[in-house]
Ligand binder design. Structure first.
Ligand SMILES: [Zn+2]
Length: 243
């Protein structure tokens, strides 16, 4: 095999490793983003609970004020009882007092219901707040993990970058340019073997004349279908790598 192709194969192994690490780096924060989304939803739900609770508290205060006013009203009526002159007036006032009392009992019951609602909501809010603080804890743990992973990946990438700089020195500039172009267009795979006259990049047959050229290993050959740089491979890659 030509020296240049050998170098390109080695370079490609490094570049694929780099790509793999970059993919992992991109993949990494996905889990975190998912948890952050969950936290945001929980926070929104919590806020709506808090709003509802505030509404109920206002409702309770309104009913309490109403009740106080009506208690005062009742006292006033009761005070008037002594001053009425006729039995008819007296009966009418008694009736009014009874009605106020009845209405106030109803108000008291309503206040109890609102208080129960507030208490129920309070428990739900507490649960939500606990859940949310757990999620936030998870987020900070996940961020810590990601940070150390990022640092590890960056270190690896820097090492590969250094390797690459040394490797490309021995590759002709035009060929390297072509290789980099192919790599960007062909998902990182710019150099592929040809096994049994089949391009392992696109799985198309290599025409016989070109295949003969390839066997001579005299110049750089490109697959006519996928344009990748091709080389003759007499055994499957896994077995070939050992030799
Ligand atoms: Zn091909």
């Amino acid at each position: 095999m030509q020296q240049e192709v050998k170098l390109l194969i080695k370079l490609q192994a490094v570049d694929l490793e780099v790509k793999h690490i970059q993919d992992k780096k991109e993949e990494g924060p996905k889990g975190l983003r998912h948890i952050e989304k969950m936290a945001k939803e929980q926070e929104e739900e919590l806020n709506s609970f808090l709003e509802k609770q505030e509404e109920l508290k206002q409702k309770k205060r309104g009913k309490e004020t109403e009740l106080e006013d009506e208690i005062a009203h009742l006292k006033k009526c009761q005070g008037k009882l002594m001053a009425v002159k006729t039995n008819r007036e007296y009966q009418a006032l008694l009736k009014e007092i009874e009605e106020i009392k009845k209405a106030n009992r109803k108000r008291e019951d309503e206040i109890v219901v609102v208080m129960e609602d507030i208490e129920r909501l309070e428990n739900e809010i507490k649960e939500k707040q606990e859940g949310l603080s757990k999620i936030k804890e998870e987020i900070s743990i996940e961020k810590g993990k990601l940070d150390s992973l990022f640092r590890k990946h960056d270190k690896e990438l820097a090492k590969f970058e250094e390797n690459r700089k040394t490797m490309v020195k021995d590759i002709p500039a035009e060929l390297l340019k072509r290789y980099d172009f192919l790599r960007s267009k062909r998902n990182g795979l710019a150099v592929v073997g040809v096994l049994n006259a089949v391009c392992l990049g696109c799985h198309m047959n290599i025409p016989p004349q070109l295949y003969n050229e390839l066997l001579k290993e005299k110049k750089i050959i490109y697959c006519p279908s996928c344009q990748r740089i091709i080389y003759y491979q007499d055994v499957p890659k896994a077995a070939n790598e050992k030799g």
